[in-house]
Design a protein around this ligand. Structure first.
Ligand SMILES: [Zn+2]
Length: 157
């Protein structure tokens, strides 16, 4: 039987975002400056908003042994979860290319997998805000929508 998956999202300017989302998005933008990206010069920043309103940030960390590096959002997510058991409410991501221009910051599959697992374990949605190459913000209410048929989801509960 044929079935279809659809994903609901919004795309809006920074000014159109609700105030709380603006704050997390701005934290992600600011976090780009801490990136260690001497190989790609592609800067990515991420910010995670926790249940108590606090924010944990991260940025891409590259390494001469390329696979040893880590994406910004996983740096932020792992830092947050290493410090607290609080649930995660929002993950924001922003990127700029080697020319200093906005670039799509859509999460890779591994980061989507990590967000899926945390959202499933906390049994609460994690909203995702990703700045695109035009400087607009793509917002999804539930990170799990980014990874249908995800690995291991059936074993987490
Ligand atoms: Zn990633």
């Amino acid at each position: 039987m044929q079935q279809t998956i659809s994903i609901a999202y919004s795309r809006q300017s920074f000014e159109e975002l609700p105030h709380e989302q603006q704050q997390v998005a701005q934290a992600a933008i600011d976090a780009m400056q801490g990136a260690h990206a001497p190989y790609s010069n592609f800067l990515v920043g991420s910010a995670v908003l926790l249940a108590d309103g606090s924010t944990v940030t991260g940025n891409n960390q590259e390494n001469a042994a390329y696979p040893s590096g880590l994406c910004a959002e996983r740096v932020a997510l792992f830092a947050a979860k290493s410090q607290t058991k609080q649930s995660i409410r929002i993950v924001a991501i922003a990127a700029q290319n080697e020319h200093g221009k906005c670039a799509d910051s859509f999460s890779c599959g591994s980061c989507r997998q990590v967000m899926m697992e945390y959202a499933t374990l906390q049994d609460e949605k994690i909203a995702v805000i990703m700045r695109d190459h035009e400087g607009q913000f793509v917002v999804l209410e539930d990170a799990r929508q980014l990874l249908p048929f995800s690995f291991g989801a059936d074993t987490l509960k």
